[in-house]
Design a protein around this ligand. Structure first.
Ligand code: SF4
Length: 209
């Protein structure tokens, strides 16, 4: 099953409990005002791979306890998302999805219930700039953390890093977390990107290059 991704980070501690791989899907039509991830919106950007290849790579990553799936909007590639989580569900990895859709909306999608039955955690709802939170995994206070299995408890989400900088061997850098931009304007970061790749890669808000 083809799947179009925006980015992949093999290890992160700011996108869910424990050490996690993070996948950012490419494509989102929801258009939340204030989204800092505009480069994830165009459905034909990013790169294409296959769900089976991605799942195989994730399963062999050492030391991670789970996978966080973000975007873009993962539920706008429902077949690929269903295929991916079905494969991951057969392992011991926990699965967390960030979505701009509400749980109620996802439940009405053709593959929504199937996907929900295969994951542990859903962070749901559009980003609302006026209700910006930056705490826990919530980009804004209207969003909800749904614990869909008994794998995690609310206390597992109270001490997550609010920001994280990951340095890569190739000289690039990933900046992720939910408080990266507090007190910092996007234009202030643009200068940094000239010498190194700077990525803001949580689900809410977004990514810079
Ligand atoms: S915040 Fe998420 S759901 Fe909203 S427009 Fe941006 S990528 Fe899409």
């Amino acid at each position: 099953m083809k799947i179009r991704l925006h980015a992949f980070e093999p290890t992160s501690r700011a996108n869910g409990p424990g050490l996690r791989a993070v996948i950012w899907f490419q494509g989102c039509t929801l258009g939340c005002p204030g989204c800092f991830n505009p480069t994830t919106h165009e459905p034909n950007d990013g790169y294409e791979t296959k769900a089976e290849v991605l799942a195989a790579d994730l399963i062999t990553l050492p030391g991670i306890e789970g996978v966080s799936i973000s975007g873009g909007e993962p539920f706008q590639q429902p077949e690929a998302l269903a295929d991916l989580v079905r494969r991951l569900r057969q392992t011991s990895l926990s699965i967390l999805i960030f979505s701009g859709y509400t749980l109620k909306r996802i439940q009405t999608m053709p593959l929504g219930p199937t996907i929900l039955a295969s994951i542990d955690v859903l962070v749901a709802g559009p980003y609302v700039r006026e209700q910006h939170s930056g705490r826990g995994l919530l980009g804004s206070t209207n969003q909800h953390l749904h614990l869909l299995t008994s794998r995690y408890q609310p206390s597992d989400f109270t001490r997550l890093p609010r920001r994280e900088i990951i340095l890569h061997r190739d000289g690039t850098m990933t900046v992720t977390g939910f408080a990266v931009f507090e007190g910092v304007e996007k234009r202030d970061l643009d200068g940094i990107t000239s010498s190194s790749r700077l990525e803001r890669l949580p689900s809410f808000p977004g990514k810079l290059r």
